[in-house]
Design a protein around this ligand. Structure first.
Ligand SMILES: [Ca+2]
Ligand SMILES: [Ca+2]
Length: 262
């Protein structure tokens, strides 16, 4: 404890020097990609609130995270970039910058008089985690999750993580499946996109798995935008109460190709 206090005191004394260094070398600020809520190919690394710069196994935010930031930004040679940039963007800059402001924010939070606010939560990030299909070609699951005249969303929510399966998503037979996943206020919007070029000349049904991390508890409206949904069929859009851990399923009838094919 005494050693920590000495380190913190030293850091506070050195802050003017850091500020000078920042002015002198703007390039020391580091930006990160993928900060906004949207499609991410990998599982996000940031858990809970930001601040675990050095990637402790137990997600602890402590003086060692400050020293890591200092060594990363101003060390000679610098430490390698933090494994999880969102954790190191302690003050949650929308542009993802990692710089002196994150050090001062952290010190204020832990040691300020009065104590400063805690770091903002990790960004909400959604991703496609897998898919199977074409279901009506018999090459995927032995038993499809839903009959072919229905489109369904199965969901499970716990620990701020929403896991979804879209059963019978109608997409091109030769897809590169991606999705634009947005969480805007109380709206969760999943826009499915099957292929950007040269698709095959047919559509069929898939089960697509999604995961949305760092989703705070609350009541949401979940909407799935499907590219080939017939105007007479009802879009998958429903209220979903995630104020506590829960699971459920919501289905809508499908009457047009590629659905409803026996
Ligand atoms: Ca840590
Ligand atoms: Ca920052």
């Amino acid at each position: 404890m005494r050693i920590s206090l000495i380190i913190v005191s030293t850091l506070l004394l050195l802050l003017p020097l850091f500020l000078y260094a920042e002015t002198a070398d703007i390039a020391k600020g580091r930006s990160i990609a993928g900060e906004s809520a949207g499609i991410e190919s990998d599982d996000p690394c940031c858990v809970g609130i930001r601040g675990n710069v050095n990637g402790d196994f137990n997600d602890a935010a402590s003086i060692s995270d400050v020293t890591y930031l200092v060594d990363y930004l101003f060390g000679h040679p610098p430490l390698p970039a933090p494994l999880c940039p969102e954790e190191a963007n302690v003050n949650g800059d929308p542009d993802g910058m990692i710089n002196i402001s994150d050090i001062t924010y952290f010190i204020n939070w832990k040691f300020g008089i009065p104590i400063g606010p805690p770091p903002p939560p990790c960004p909400t990030v959604g991703s496609v985690t897998g898919y199977e299909g074409c279901l009506d070609f018999g090459v995927a699951k032995a038993v499809a999750l839903a009959p072919p005249d229905q489109g369904c969303i199965e969901y499970e929510y716990s620990n701020n993580t929403l896991v979804l399966t879209h059963a019978n998503a109608g997409l091109n037979c030769c897809p590169v499946i991606v999705a634009d996943i947005r969480v805007i206020g109380s709206d969760i919007i999943i826009e499915e996109i099957d292929s950007l070029e040269a698709p095959c000349d047919c559509n069929c049904l898939f089960d697509i798995d999604y995961k949305i991390n760092n989703l705070p508890p609350g009541e949401y409206t979940l909407s799935v935008i499907e590219p080939y949904l017939h105007p007479e069929d009802v879009p998958l859009e429903f209220m979903i109460d995630l104020t506590e851990p829960t699971s459920g399923i919501h289905c809508e009838e499908r009457t047009h190709y590629p659905w409803a094919v026996p």
